[in-house]
Design a protein around this ligand. Structure first.
Ligand code: HEC
Length: 148
């Protein structure tokens, strides 16, 4: 049996030689790196990143919209907003119906800006968020489905 220490340089020599050979082979041969091939190789990564930041307008659910926009006021009842799940606060408002409340939220009311401040929300998205919010106070509205 040889001393393991004496083996180490030998084990390293092989990969180092291969890397050096690969680097040398690449020198002066830049034309072989085809930009299209590179684009194809990185495409899966690039595509995933684009999907992660893109929100297709109109595809958000009531719950997603509520949590990202409406909760800021309605969770705590800030600036006089009827509090989420507070049936007494929502009771008289529910008389407007799903469409009436959606129209209110689209136009804005009192301290609530139009679309609750979510200026890129579609009318249907506002309607979904209203259904989600009002249903937590017992409204029983049907949230318009998200068409993918
Ligand atoms: C900046 C705070 C704020 C945000 C954000 C906000 N609201 Fe409101 N909302 C209010 C206030 C304040 C009222 C009460 C307005 C009044 O009656 O004067 C209200 C009332 C409402 C009403 C009842 C309207 C009526 O006619 O009685 C609905 C429905 C509603 N909000 C939905 C939403 C939805 C859906 C979102 C998210 C897209 C949202 N709100 C975001 C503050 C907010």
């Amino acid at each position: 049996m040889s001393n393991p220490r004496t083996l180490r340089p030998a084990r390293l020599a092989m990969p180092v030689a291969l890397v050096a050979a690969a680097l040398l082979a690449g020198c002066g041969d830049q034309s072989k790196i085809d930009p299209e091939t590179t684009a194809t190789l990185i495409q899966p990564v690039a595509r995933v990143e684009i999907q992660a930041v893109t929100i297709t307008p109109g595809t958000r659910t009531g719950e997603q919209i509520y949590k990202s926009i409406c909760a800021a006021c309605h969770d705590s009842g800030a600036v006089g907003a009827p509090k989420t799940g507070d049936a007494a606060a929502w009771g008289p408002r529910l008389a407007l119906g799903h469409d009436g409340l959606t129209a209110s939220a689209i136009a804005g009311k009192g301290a609530m800006p139009p679309r609750g401040g979510g200026s890129d929300l579609t009318d249907t998205e506002v309607s979904r968020a209203v259904a989600y919010l009002a249903n937590l106070a017992g409204a029983g509205y049907t949230e318009p489905p998200v068409e993918q």
